[in-house]
Design a protein around this ligand. Structure first.
Ligand code: SF4
Length: 380
């Protein structure tokens, strides 16, 4: 299914939800936003997961300099460019200003201020320790209070626990989807759609998984890859360039991928914990692969990729390629990219760091770099 069809379907869904009085709460898609609270309030969480193009990036330059990351530029461009590319953005009632990174804060503030969308704040500490866990709990309480004011009634603990269970099941399906042996481009399209619709899409995920569970990847000649770094967002040509070059992403390790679905609870967590705030706080503190917090994020990430690589080699006898996708001016990914690449290459894992923005002019250069990387041999 093309992204355009998904947008049309999503637009109809949101209009239907709005006609039932539901509020739409949008945010820039990264990590740690407690979407279960939004769901428990009866509202719709809307992640901005849309890749850019020249027009969308240019439209943001009245608000922030072009040295802002290309994804944050795009998020602003979605609101600034007229006529608006996706009409469902007109349905947003509130926008969360969070601090995954500086570009995220700036873009979210610009969207609220210049496009007249009421803001909700959700601050997340950059250090993961017992004090930041206490702080996270306070932010959760404050966020819940704000949602209750909007809803004009209390959000019960039971409703939040039910939402946490629902999203937990959703994450499990996404993990199964990521593990299917199908073309990465197909997998990504459904994963992106799932991020837009949320757990409502579970029946579709179930059907898809049941009918593709025993399939093998279509082309045995393709070079299998792990994608890490920034997500490939909807409408991005990068996934097509990788496919055209002979690559097949078998593992998505990014915000749209394992970083999200790996943050699951065992069923025992629900038996042992009655308070939703304890569950949400434990998820935050156990999020050791998230790129928002120090210490040890990078070391954990490198160890995780090495483990996936070794398992893959044991199973297939082949080397798994690693593409580290860096959206231009993304400080989170670009600052550590040389260290990340060197560390993995010291372990015999070949890494391609791709830093790019969304301009069309980059297409040829991107293809050349991807093809050159994919032509490297499989045997050590
Ligand atoms: S700088 Fe990186 S982490 Fe921040 S908004 Fe851009 S892509 Fe996301």
């Amino acid at each position: 299914m093309q992204a355009l069809e998904i947008f049309e379907e999503f637009s109809l869904y949101l209009k239907e939800m709005k006609s039932k009085g539901k509020k739409v709460i949008a945010f820039i898609s990264h990590d740690n936003i407690p979407e279960e609270l939004i769901d428990a309030a009866g509202f719709i969480p809307l992640r901005l997961i849309f890749a850019g193009n020249d027009e969308l990036m240019d439209a943001s330059h009245d608000y922030l300099p072009p040295s802002t990351c290309a994804f944050a530029q795009t998020c602003i461009g979605l609101f600034a460019l007229k006529p608006r590319q996706f009409d469902f953005l007109d349905l947003i009632d509130y926008f969360i200003v969070s601090n995954h990174c500086v570009s995220d804060i700036c873009a979210s503030e610009v969207i609220c201020k210049y496009f007249n969308i009421p803001r909700l704040n959700f601050y997340i500490s950059y250090i993961r320790n017992s004090n930041s866990e206490k702080y996270f709990r306070l932010e959760i309480l404050e966020f819940r209070k704000k949602l209750e004011e909007i809803k004009n009634s209390v959000i019960s603990d039971e409703a939040i626990i039910e939402s946490i269970k629902k999203y937990n099941e959703f994450r499990k399906f996404l993990e199964t989807l990521n593990n299917l042996t199908i073309q990465g481009s197909l997998k990504l399209k459904l994963m992106q759609k799932a991020f837009l619709f949320g757990p409502k899409i579970i029946p579709e995920l179930k059907d898809f998984i049941n009918s593709n569970n025993n399939l093998r990847a279509q082309s045995s000649n393709s070079k299998d890859l792990l994608l890490t770094g920034c997500s490939i967002f909807m409408n991005d040509i990068l996934i097509d360039l990788i496919k055209e070059g002979g690559g097949n992403i078998i593992f998505f390790d990014s915000w749209i991928g394992s970083n999200y679905y790996s943050q699951q609870f065992d069923n025992s967590a629900f038996e042992n914990t009655q308070k939703p705030i304890d569950l949400l706080a434990s998820r935050y503190i156990n999020n050791i692969y998230g790129d928002h917090c120090v210490p040890n994020f990078l070391e954990n990430k490198i160890a995780q990729i090495e483990q996936i690589y070794r398992k893959y080699k044991e199973k297939t006898g082949k080397r798994l390629g690693v593409i580290n996708h860096i959206i231009k001016f993304c400080d989170h990914m670009s600052l550590m990219s040389s260290f990340f690449k060197n560390k993995l290459q010291e372990k015999g894992i070949q890494v391609l760091n791709i830093e790019r923005d969304y301009s069309r002019a980059n297409r040829g250069q991107l293809s050349t770099r991807i093809e050159a990387y994919l032509e490297m041999g499989d045997s050590e």
